[in-house]
Design a protein around this ligand. Sequence first.
Ligand code: ATP
Ligand code: MG
Length: 383
Amino acid sequence: MEKVIIIRYAEIHLKGKNRGYFERVFANNLEKALKGIRHEIHRTSGRYLVAAFDEERTYEIMGRVSKVFGVHSYSLGLLVASDEDSIFEAVKEVAPQSGTFKVETHRGDKHYPLTSMEISARIGGRLLDANAALKVDVHTPQHTVYIDVREGGKALVFGMFCNGVHGMPVSTAGRGLLLISGGIDSPVAGYMMAKRGMTVELLHFHSYPYTNEAAKEKVVTLAKIISDYTLVTRITTVSVTHIQEEIHKNCAAELNVTLLRRFMFRIAERVAAHVGAGCLVTGESLGQVASQTLEGLTSSNAVVSLPVLRPLIGFDKEDIVALAKKIGTFETSTLPYEDCCTVFLPDFPAIRPKLSFIEEEEKKLDVDALVEEALLTREIIRF
Ligand code: ATP
Ligand code: MG
């Protein structure tokens, strides 16, 4: 009898001919997630088993598995020989001490001498004989004991299903560059894209010395939290201080934010080329703030040729907050540090800036030189 964690995968089974590829990536992601903890991963038809693991760290392993995209559900269970006595010994370990229960059997091995119904009935009967405090209730039992008879003379026995995060295995859907601020939205946007299988690289802009070291650390903390899901452990940072100063000195105040955002996108496109990303990702949501009007989004799109994905575009703030709480970024995101966007913030930012006006104001700047200067401040932090 061996303790195992049973992992069932989600949408991967839809992938027809590419199935082998998706499964390999998925297994690889599980390995990455469990790095540093002793374990083995075995594949059995349609499932993965984590075995030979450090039992003291069982719940830590389950916590990590709960964040791997592609996991549909997982269970802590026992792997035993599939003869009736062995199954019964495992069922005794998993079964409750009292209350109502039922036994549910799935029979993957179609040559097994008993049907699923017969296995459930026999094991259930033996459990009743062994413990007078138990009662069978097949309709609304307090506890269900699951038996999964596999091929190769093995069976899995477990007492519950934990819900996984679903989604697609990370790194099966291209590479994107997330513009990550210290706010609530962008980490959630990164989570959403990684959930669809994208490898999410990170880029953060700071305005040192207007923004301090703590603000940068906050972003690195956020990056670490989402890396449990995205499995990406580096972040690029770029300073936009000189750009903000030049905009502030030379251009109409109400366009500060709009112009800065266009610079951010231009720089992001260059960084994307550097990390091999085929799109930009932001945490923008339509109408949330002045720069997130259709005109605002259009004016930033206009300076890049890469697609810009905005997975939160149709989300209400409260939906984003709920997700941020679920993935564990909310507390950090709401720590009070300056973000570069709040430096030189005008009293009245333009809500519907006209592209002709923006371009007119931008002519007052040496755009290319400012972008090159910013790229010289590029740093890569690994964590
Ligand atoms: P967030 O909560 O993600 O900061 P927000 O609602 O505060 O979003 P803005 O500050 O206008 O909105 O930023 C919109 C998007 O631009 C962010 O979601 C993020 O993708 C990007 N962004 C903003 N500031 C930065 C920054 N300092 N570094 C990198 N990306 C940024
Ligand atoms: Mg922000």
